[in-house]
Ligand binder design. Structure first.
Ligand code: SF4
Ligand code: SF4
Length: 373
């Protein structure tokens, strides 16, 4: 495992962090629940292989993630920096939520306590001062070691949040398909913050590149995850990349990649550059596949799947693959409805951290793919 100095915090952090938002699940009766045994084994294997940063949040895995992480760290708490998050929109105060989380995580402190997904709105938020006062008190009492924030707003907003002068580290999106935060990360690093990026493999899209795409980008399929991680690791302004791992194979693969000290090869760099050129065309339709919009759509439109199909067509020119992808919606394997049933209520757009004009984009998708299956 490779390690970095985590900003000015004095903490040494592994380049790979364990993201606990996509823990493996299993069916129990009619319900699907986190597979605790496998999740614990995965987290502990990651620790055995040098990972020392574990990230979770109050609502990950329907609230189960923190409990499972707590069990995984029961005898190994001192080996890791533990990160979790306070959802600022929560009705309860930071203090109340923090106490709940300490209980769920079975620990007496959080190392990096994040304000979850804050943006420009936080600067004038009515509860801002109360939240920061709660955080300062929790810090004084040793319940949290550092206050941090996670971030989905426009890159230029990150500097304004940093200038509040209260944060030790930042967590944001960054990968080879989405380098929008590159300058903001450099600024964060220069200001002494620790920097953690999420989505280093593009929410699985890089890992799932179909062979035609990989060939076009001159990347071997077997190497696409490695390329994506090494691309992120090669940025000196990124201290740690958290990968949401769902299988033991991913833990083994990702930790092996994070142990590699070699820089990108020439061929890999050429592949990255080719992907970057293609990425320019992605600019106005960048959906991370976060799914935040989906539960709010009264028509159950599978928005991220539709946008993914559009990207396969527009960015990679994979016509047949894109149409098949789109037409799979509503079938055996892909839930939800196609774009033709959108009634333009706009509900989805209020929940999209990427601020995508979903209604307009869906109309374009409908024009391309049509209403028919
Ligand atoms: S605008 Fe369309 S996709 Fe968005 S929530 Fe309404 S019906 Fe669903
Ligand atoms: S909320 Fe936005 S980014 Fe997330 S899946 Fe929906 S459209 Fe994509």
């Amino acid at each position: 495992m490779q390690y970095r100095q985590f900003g000015a915090t004095g903490v040494t952090i592994s380049r790979l962090g364990f993201g606990s938002m996509r823990l493996p699940t299993k069916e129990v009766g009619d319900a699907r629940v986190v597979d605790e045994d496998l999740s614990i084994a995965m987290i502990q294997t990651a620790l055995d292989r040098g990972v020392n940063y574990v990230d979770t949040a109050l609502f990950y895995c329907d609230g189960e993630s923190e409990v499972v992480v707590g069990k995984a760290l029961a005898d190994r708490r001192d080996e890791v920096s533990l990160s979790t998050k306070y959802p600022v929109s929560n009705d309860k105060s930071l203090r109340e939520v923090l106490e709940t989380q300490l209980g769920k995580l079975a620990t007496d402190h959080i190392d990096f306590y994040h304000l979850h997904g804050i943006g420009a709105w936080f600067l004038t938020h009515e509860k801002r001062d109360a939240i920061l006062a709660d955080a300062a008190r929790a810090k004084d009492e040793g319940l949290i070691r550092h206050l941090s924030f996670s971030f989905h707003d426009k890159p230029e907003v990150m500097a304004q949040l940093i200038d509040l002068g209260v944060f030790s580290s930042v967590l944001c999106q960054y990968n080879l398909l989405d380098r929008a935060n590159e300058d903001a990360l450099a600024n964060a690093k220069a200001k002494g913050l620790g920097t953690v990026v999420m989505g280093p493999v593009g929410g699985g899209r890089i890992a799932g590149l179909p062979p035609d795409v990989a060939r076009k980008a001159e990347i071997s399929v077997a190497g696409s995850v490695e390329l994506a991680l090494r691309f992120v690791f090669a940025n000196p302004n990124v201290d740690c990349a958290i990968s949401g791992m769902s299988t033991m194979e991913q833990v083994l693969e990702n930790t092996a990649i994070a142990a590699n000290t070699e820089t990108l090869t020439e061929a890999e760099s050429a592949g990255v550059k080719a992907m970057m050129e293609e990425n320019k065309r992605l600019a106005d339709l960048y959906c991370t596949g976060c799914n935040y919009c989906v539960p709010h759509c009264p028509e159950e439109i599978n928005i991220p799947h539709i946008f993914q199909a559009m990207n396969y067509l527009r960015v990679y020119g994979l016509k047949e693959y894109a149409f098949n992808h789109y037409n799979a919606i509503g079938g055996k394997w892909v839930k939800g409805k196609k774009a033709d049933l959108c009634r333009e209520c706009g509900e989805c757009e209020t929940h999209c951290p990427q601020k995508i004009e979903i209604r307009r984009q869906l109309k374009e998708c409908l024009e391309v793919f049509g209403a028919a299956a």
